[in-house]
Design a protein around this ligand. Sequence first.
Ligand code: GAR
Length: 217
Amino acid sequence: MSHRIVVLISGGGTNLQAILDAATDGRLPAEVALVVSNRADAGGLDRARAAGVATAVVDHRSYPDRDSFDQALIDTIDPAEPDTVALAGFMRILTPAFVAHYRGRLLNIHPSLLPRHRGLHTHARALEEGDTEHGCSVHFVTEELDGGPLVAQAAVPVHANDTEADLSKRVGEREHQLYPRVLRWRAEGRLRLTEAGAELDGKRLDPRGVQISVDSL
Ligand code: GAR
């Protein structure tokens, strides 16, 4: 049976598009079973519909608290029977109960070389702090915000006079290569979370995950 992925989004969904494209052209041997957004106006929903993928909206404003919102998310996601739940620009903080429910199946992509720049506005902070290198990370999600075991990272240079938009574009291109690659490892049964951390092909990964060079992407 094919590996089933549910993707959670809040916005434009360029990472979702990269995942859909990889699933269509065979680079990702998996089925995107469902796309869930917390915003009805998320552009990514149109991308899912165009690819013939089922969509659902769970609007966080319709729920009195995080617990009930996250339970509604679980009730929406579980019928799709996901092997992996991929956060792709999903901009809500998830409760420990949600994270525990999907432990070992929940991945996130973050626009920085974690542990640098957890949280928001990562490109602006990389510029402010004079970083010469920036990039993106995919990690298993745990209760610690942007702090779960790292699976892989792709770095990009920061050039003099770069703007936030320049960095966002450069990092975005790497994200679109990195996430389908990591999801492929999941689909092939090679990537799992153990008590000791992330494991690829039965080997414990380096704390920073696999460093993917531009050439190998
Ligand atoms: C991506 O850059 C992703 O790394 C980031 O949101 C963007 C979504 O873009 N995620 C986070 O900041 C999570 N805290 P997209 O909707 O075009 O894929």
